[in-house]
Design a protein around this ligand. Sequence first.
Ligand SMILES: [Zn+2]
Length: 140
Amino acid sequence: MMTQIDSEILVGVGNLSDIDFDALIELNSFGERDIQEDKHIKVCSLCSEGEYCEEYELLFEMEESVRIFSDGQIIYDGELKLDEDTISIKVNFNSFTYQVLKSPKIEDHGLCSPCYPSQADLDAKGNFKTYALPNDFKRK
Ligand SMILES: [Zn+2]
């Protein structure tokens, strides 16, 4: 049985059909390819010289199945870092789910299992503090 630390707020997981994509695309977005591009440019001598780089070209062929939408700054430095007090929503297009990583809207929900361990299901009742989808991004 998992116990919850008082100050801990869980990531809320929901079904993509909840989301108003017209509202979501107004936010900054950040994909797995962007992360890899950042990492590559930091270490590549060709890219830093502005020369043709085959590895960089290959990054553009990566599938974009995961994107994070946020109104704040997302920094990649070995791990993803999100500003506090932002809205940050990770969209998993392949599994048709979204994860609310940060949100000013907090609700009580039950745990999500088994796909997203230690995260909460936004459709389940429970008493875990959970980041929920702000109303502005809910499909009407
Ligand atoms: Zn390069």
